[in-house]
Design a protein around this ligand. Structure first.
Ligand SMILES: Cc1cc2nc3c(=O)[nH]c(=O)nc-3n(C[C@H](O)[C@H](O)[C@H](O)COP(=O)(O)OP(=O)(O)OC[C@H]3O[C@@H](n4cnc5c(N)ncnc54)[C@H](O)[C@@H]3O)c2cc1C
Length: 390
């Protein structure tokens, strides 16, 4: 086993770093936590698209670069390390573009993929509903055939980036009489269509990131169906493996970790820098151990994907691990910063630009989004340990 990346991959990492350093030098944005899901910056996305860094792993015949998932992991690792505002293209690049490559018709590939590659599709994921989260197959949103159209009625919730999206990937019930997993289909359409309404939800930090999305008599052409009718649940299960496969649930708070290290070097308590306190040094070193283990999980997942298999228990394991690491990082930050750590970014006394406040509060949701830790452990128990279903 060789843990080293190739010379070419190290060069690619440096190229990404140089690009991001240059962006920072120009003052185009400031690093922030969770910028992959909250940092909506269409201009940044266009610049990333120009570099050819959207659709890195897609086949060349569809405008992708045909590169490996390890290469993509290097790219996303650096985006997250720098806290770059990549939310506009993240979902389309990570899972929806790949789903179109896999399940789409030739017409859909030709029409939709170039738009994603240009950084013009800001995609929301319309899966969860008020009564269908972990048990997604219980969803109630309906898609009823009417001539050349499907008519969509229902409600989604927790749709990340719902206020910014211009396209949505939606799962809806197309056969109410079939067993619940077998009557669901996947659609991809523009949210500017009449009858689509996104209503922002204020989150625990006081910010707005996810939305409720309502569909009232929304008529979408039949060509918006992705893949096979009534097989949407299984298609989405596969996409969820990709959703859980990335670095975002390990590295999305890296800007906080970096700022925390800097803070301990610059801040004195009892006449000496915090970084000289054995307990604080041990806490930071423990975080570094956690981070390095998490990176190995992530690279393992990418290697599985490069082997041609969708990662399943591997991405469940790495996502469950990554969120636990991030929750530990947020708690450690609050311990080190003391009461100041709880101040919101608006306070003039706030340390580390309010990132501890953001991460501590947001981290409660990390082990819910993209599959709760309980569900991920159930997948591991079933698929890896081969324990019986409950
Ligand atoms: C920050 C954030 C962003 C999100 N973004 C999106 C998005 O863009 N699009 C989207 O569609 N959804 C999104 N979600 C929703 C997310 O996918 C759901 O929250 C998640 O699937 C859990 O569903 P739920 O909230 O309905 O909880 P429930 O499924 O009701 O679960 C409640 C609790 O019961 C536990 N539980 C449920 N079933 C089992 C079981 N079988 N065994 C053991 N324990 C179980 C869960 O682990 C959890 O602790 C987001 C959520 C968050 C927090």
């Amino acid at each position: 086993m060789d843990f080293r990346l190739s010379e070419e991959q190290e060069k690619f990492r440096q190229e990404v770093r140089d690009f991001l350093e240059d962006e920072l030098r120009q003052g185009l944005w400031e690093p922030s936590c969770d910028a992959w899901i909250m940092g909506h910056d269409p201009e940044f996305t266009k610049r990333v698209a120009k570099k050819g860094w959207i659709g890195l792993t897609w086949p060349k015949e569809y405008g992708g670069q045909g590169r490996s998932f390890v290469d993509r992991l290097i790219l996303t690792e650096e985006m997250l390390r720098y806290g770059a505002p990549a939310a506009c293209h993240w979902f389309a690049d990570r899972q929806i573009g790949g789903a179109i490559v896999h399940y789409g018709t030739e017409e859909q590939k030709k029409e939709l993929l170039p738009m994603i590659l240009r950084g013009e599709a800001y995609v929301g994921l319309g899966m969860s509903e008020p009564d269908a989260g972990s048990d997604l197959a219980s969803l109630k949103t309906r898609a009823v055939e009417d001539g050349d159209y499907y008519v969509i009625d229902g409600q989604k919730t927790w749709t990340s980036g719902g206020s910014h999206m211009n396209w949505i990937s939606l799962v809806a019930r197309t056969d109410p009489d079939a067993p619940k997993h077998r009557g669901i289909s996947e659609f991809f359409f523009e949210t500017s269509l009449p009858g689509v309404t996104a209503v922002p939800i204020v989150d625990i930090t006081g910010g707005v990131h996810f939305n409720e999305v309502f569909f009232e008599n929304v008529r979408i052409p039949k060509k918006c169906l992705i893949g096979e009718k009534n097989r949407g649940f299984y298609q989405v299960l596969n996409q969820l493996d990709y959703e859980r496969s990335g670095m975002e649930r390990l590295m999305a708070n890296y800007p906080l970790f970096e700022a925390l290290i800097q803070y301990t070097k610059e801040t004195k308590r009892n006449g000496k820098p915090l970084s000289e306190e054995p307990v604080i040094r041990a806490k930071l070193a423990q975080l570094q151990i956690g981070l390095e283990i998490g990176r190995l999980h992530m690279y393992r997942v990418a290697t599985v994907m490069d082997g041609g298999r969708a990662p399943n228990w591997e991405s469940s394991m790495s996502k469950a691990y990554g969120t636990a690491f991030e929750q530990h990082l947020a708690s450690t930050a609050i311990e080190i910063l003391g009461l100041y750590g709880q101040l919101s970014p608006q306070s003039k006394w706030v340390p580390v630009r309010g990132m501890a406040y953001h991460s501590y509060l947001s981290s409660k949701g990390y082990s819910l989004q993209a599959g709760t830790s309980e569900i991920l452990k159930n997948i591991l128990a079933l698929r890896k340990l081969e324990l019986p279903t409950q």
